[in-house]
Design a protein around this ligand. Structure first.
Ligand code: ADP
Ligand code: S3P
Ligand code: MG
Length: 216
């Protein structure tokens, strides 16, 4: 019943896993009391992927702040907005999108990885529950290398191979943004979750495993 598919890939391993997620969602509904969930974390941490699962299981609406910025600006991609305008222009639009969302209820918002750097965005996100997806850098770089860096302008360096380009830049950003991510109400560490489940690698965790952990 709760098995959702993103195209060809099934997100849940089993019916059991889907039911566990549903039960956890029911438990947390009362405490959430309609407050929004904001997913924060580095590029590639799974905010958009996990956000869709959380929204479905909670009966919340799902929004990706990057898509809302694209709509507001009237351009088809974040990459183009960075190129034609600037990162600062993108950040202004991102803040105005988050401000608008913060007056609403029952939303799961997948933010962009850099939304945490502006203190004003935390004023908006603190109206809801913020959850940080903490994923090791090499796993982030592997995921991003698989899809390519073209859609993530901060990682897009045509000279380097995608894994190295992503890993190098993500290391710098992680260092710069560490304190900002620490503002989140809840932190979900994939390393800790993998260890708890007896996996040797975080890549063995499904998006549903991770979504279940989002319920404090
Ligand atoms: N648990 C997971 N295991 C493997 N790949 C994942 C997982 N979660 C997300 N991905 C993949 O990693 C990439 C980045 O995920 P995405 O949800 O777009 O992250 P974000 O929105 O945080 O940048 C996507 O290609 C997605 O399919
Ligand atoms: O970390 C960042 O500064 C960014 C992350 C991106 O979103 P994702 O985290 O969904 O890739 C997007 O907002 C933009 O490319 C900038
Ligand atoms: Mg995203």
């Amino acid at each position: 019943l709760f098995v959702c598919n993103t195209g060809h890939q099934s997100l849940h391993n089993s019916v059991d896993e889907a039911l566990l997620l549903k039960r956890k969602a029911e438990e947390v509904q009362f405490e959430l009391n309609g407050r929004c969930i904001y997913l924060v974390g580095m590029m590639g941490s799974g905010k958009s992927t996990v956000g869709k699962i959380l929204a479905e299981v909670l009966g919340y609406s799902y929004f990706d702040s990057d898509s809302l910025v694209e709509q507001a600006v009237g351009m088809p991609s974040v990459a183009q907005i960075f190129k034609v305008h600037s990162e600062a222009f993108f950040r202004d639009s991102e803040s105005s999108v988050l401000r608008d969302l913060s007056s609403m209820h029952r939303l799961v918002v997948a933010t962009g990885g850099g939304a945490v750097i502006r203190p004003v965005n935390w004023r908006y996100m603190k109206k809801g529950l913020s959850i940080m997806l903490d994923v090791p850098l090499d796993a982030l770089a592997k995921r991003i290398a698989q899809v390519g860096t073209a859609s993530r302008p901060l990682l897009d360096q045509p000279s380097a191979d995608p894994y190295t380009a992503a890993f190098t830049k993500l290391s710098v950003l992680a260092e710069q943004r560490g304190d900002a991510y620490a503002n989140a109400d809840v932190r979900v560490s994939l390393e800790e979750l993998a260890a708890k489940k007896g996996h040797d690698d975080v890549s063995q965790l499904t998006p549903t495993d991770i979504a279940v952990e989002n319920f404090p």
